[in-house]
Design a protein around this ligand. Structure first.
Ligand SMILES: *Cc1c(COP(=O)(O)O)cnc(C)c1O
Length: 222
């Protein structure tokens, strides 16, 4: 039995576009985040007109690779270098590159791949991301590899509510411009208005499209 229908996702997507427009966003791309949901969520998202899907966990994504075959797959979770080899022919965009070792491995296993650098502006542990002070060095390193550096990605702080995300998002957007990049991936269900107002070009949205996630074992299976 399928939990998700293309119609319900299509309706949620229309509401999401309304939220983005009200926040002042014109050309904001949507990555439909399907983590913890079954392959039917990916199928419903594609049928509803989403092109890009986001997944956080390597094993979980590999288990859903057939459903994901028609999508542009964005890897948005913390990524261990030793998982890259298996993911290389499934992932299209690596959004969470935050250290040179990981970049080296992606360049080796998926030459020419599109990557984003994840920037940490919160100082909160366990989220990954390179501190702003080390961003330029990592960008230089990546530009010396066989990779296509297209943008920056950031996750807002857990503490303080959506408004607390604004200063960090502003810094990330400024860095995107300074580095001459095209993609600014920031904003999730709770803070997408703030992100769009600060110049996001791509939001990553799960809950607003598919409803509340139930924690599954895959939350631990990175
Ligand atoms: C889960 C997740 C999202 C989507 O979060 P929602 O609040 O469900 O919209 C976006 N980005 C990252 C990095 C995530 O881990």
């Amino acid at each position: 039995m399928s939990t998700f229908s293309a119609d319900s996702v299509r309706a949620a997507l229309a509401e999401l576009h309304t939220r983005i427009e009200r926040a002042g966003g014109a050309d904001v791309d949507v990555v439909a985040v399907t983590k913890t949901f079954g392959p039917d969520a990916i199928e419903a998202a594609l049928a509803a007109g989403c092109r890009a899907i986001g997944e956080n966990y390597a094993q979980e994504l590999l288990a859903k690779r057939e459903a994901a075959a028609g999508a542009e797959v964005h890897f948005i979770g913390q990524l261990q270098s030793n998982k890259v080899r298996q993911l290389a022919d499934v992932v299209d965009v690596y959004e969470t590159v935050d250290r040179s070792k990981l970049a080296n491995e992606i360049a080796k296993r998926a030459p020419g791949a599109r990557v984003l650098i994840q920037v940490d502006t919160t100082g909160e542990t366990g989220k990954g991301g390179v501190p702003l002070a080390e961003l330029d060095a990592l960008a230089d390193h990546i530009r010396g590899l066989d990779l296509d550096l297209i943008g920056l990605m950031a996750v807002g702080p857990t503490e303080g509510g959506p408004a607390a995300a604004a200063p960090g998002f502003r810094q990330v957007r400024a860095a995107v411009d300074r580095l001459g990049l095209a993609v600014c991936s920031m904003g999730m269900t709770a803070d997408l208005e703030v992100a769009v107002a600060e110049g996001s070009t791509q939001v990553r949205v799960g809950t607003a499209l598919f409803g509340q996630r139930v924690r599954t074992r895959s939350d631990q299976e990175r």
